[in-house]
Design a protein around this ligand. Structure first.
Ligand code: HEM
Length: 457
């Protein structure tokens, strides 16, 4: 089904549109809040048994959850749903209000036009050398038998690649560790602010709030430094930062300083958190399925031989790419997405009122037994040519769908495939004491605290 299944002028004939059923298991007063807090992934995954669209009660509030892939696609493609709601509000202190991830309407369309060229398929090869250099720098830092803090290593390489590709310059060497530390503090603090919205209490100067505010101020300062350095250099390399600094608004005027600032943050931040999270899940997969890691090693040997893996090899590393895709199916970094309806809408025959918060979970949709055979099984071969077509439309969308779809899908796939090939060809892994594989469900989904011992192949 497509966008036609969303009708923004629902028929007013009483009884034609159904109210979505209420999800099972709600408690008086608290509703489904306790279930959502206790087991968010399981809760979201079970909702489809209650209906294609269901109502969830969170205290006094009703939230609409969309569970069927044809309707998540219709929702994401419809202009009647915008980016708003608690998830985005909690992100605003970081992302600002003028960046592409939070803007709506004409401003969002203009911003996408500005950033899109940097992510186009034909722009990606130019990033290849940086991606390869960073992938090799990563494995060369590791020593035989060393215990890796996978969270730190993954975020670090993700930040460095996004920043070095999209904002060329040598500033990263001094600033990478600062950006990583700031982002780690901010992401855990923001998730807490989202699930436990205590409002003004977060302004009380206790150590955790002070640390959050310090990291936020430092990240904003860093971005100002990066922009100032670029301007002072007088250089205009062909990159995203140049595109932002030269961007004009609807009237042909240069965009404001605040918008440039928010745009840099809105691109750097999701780019690092998501790629870092998928890389952690990939390292978990390589550890728990050594046979997959061996096959990747064999593919690298066959395609590349003894020379280093280069970006140009990525297209031929099809098995490696399928492992990346299957990892994103079972462990989608963006596990929940939200929208707000701007009008009363008909979504697959259900009435969604104006101003409703609507959520859906790529995690739940991508693990649904109705869409995937052996839905919980890790099987990269399900993505072999000719087989992926059996998957219902929109049932596999780790980068989203529609006008908010991640601009960086090609960039991220190239980056993750290259990283996986370089890592799996160099090392195999085993869990070290204290390795915690449980999912950490925050703004992104990732393993909670992997500690892996790197053993050379
Ligand atoms: C949006 C996933 C990497 C920048 C999104 C959305 C998803 C997503 C699902 C859509 C949100 C929605 O529909 O509401 C991912 C995944 C990634 C990844 C799984 C890696 C595996 C990146 C990277 C960058 C980036 C590397 C930048 C360097 C953005 C931006 C948006 C976005 C700017 C907002 C787009 C808009 O609202 O128009 N991403 N992303 N992402 N992503 Fe990514």
């Amino acid at each position: 089904m497509s966008v036609e299944s969303v009708n923004s002028r629902p028929t007013t004939v009483a009884g034609t549109l159904r109210e979505p059923p209420v999800a099972g298991g709600g408690l008086p007063l608290l509703g489904h809040g306790p279930q959502l807090v206790r087991d968010p992934l399981g809760f979201m995954a079970r909702l489809r048994d209650d209906g294609d669209v269901v109502r969830i009660r969170l205290g006094p509030k009703t939230v609409y959850a969309v569970t069927a892939p044809h309707l998540t696609g219709a929702l994401a493609l419809s202009p009647d749903y915008i980016i708003a709601g608690p998830l985005w509000e909690s992100l605003e202190s970081l992302l600002g209000k003028e960046g592409v991830a939070t803007a709506n309407g004409p401003m969002h369309r203009r911003q996408r036009r500005t950033i899109q060229p940097a992510f186009r398929l034909d722009a990606i090869p130019a990033y290849g050398p940086v991606m390869a250099e960073e992938a090799y720098a990563l494995v060369e830092r590791w020593r035989s038998g060393q215990v890796l803090d996978v969270t730190t290593e993954s975020f670090r390489v993700a930040v460095r690649i996004s920043a070095r590709c999209l904002m060329r310059g040598s500033y990263m060497d001094d600033r990478a560790d600062r950006i990583c530390a700031d982002l780690a503090t901010l992401f855990s603090g923001m998730y807490q602010r989202m699930v436990v919205p205590l409002g003004p209490l977060y302004r009380i100067p206790v150590p955790s709030n002070r640390e959050f505010n310090r990291a936020l101020a430092d990240l904003h300062l860093l971005v100002d430094e990066i922009v100032a350095d670029r301007r002072a250099s007088g250089q205009k390399p062909d990159d995203l930062l140049t595109a932002l600094l030269d961007a004009t608004d609807e009237n042909g005027e240069p965009i404001g300083e605040q918008e440039i600032h928010d745009q840099v943050i809105a691109i750097l931040t999701p780019g690092s958190e998501t790629v870092g999270s998928v890389l952690m899940s990939l390292l978990l997969v390589l550890t728990e399925h050594p046979e997959l890691a061996d096959k990747i090693g064999d593919e690298v040997k066959r395609v590349v031989g003894d020379r280093p893996v280069a970006f140009e090899d990525v297209r031929e590393l099809t098995y490696t790419a399928n492992v990346v895709v299957e990892t994103m199916r079972l462990y989608p970094a963006v596990w929940i997405l939200t929208r707000r309806s701007v009008a009363e809408t008909d979504l697959g025959g259900y009435r969604i009122p104006a101003g409703a918060d609507v959520i859906y979970s790529p995690y739940a949709v991508q693990r649904d037994r109705r869409s995937f055979d052996r839905h919980e099984e890790f099987d990269p071969d399900r993505w072999l040519p000719g087989r992926g077509g059996q998957v219902p439309k929109h049932a596999m969308a780790p980068f989203g769908v529609g006008n908010r779809k991640c601009p960086s899908d090609h960039f991220s796939m190239a980056e993750l495939t290259l990283l996986t090939a370089v890592i799996a060809a160099a090392y195999r892994f085993e869990h070290a004491p204290g390795s915690d594989t449980r999912p950490r469900i925050g703004i992104t989904l990732r393993p909670r605290g992997l500690k892996l011992r790197a053993l050379p192949r």
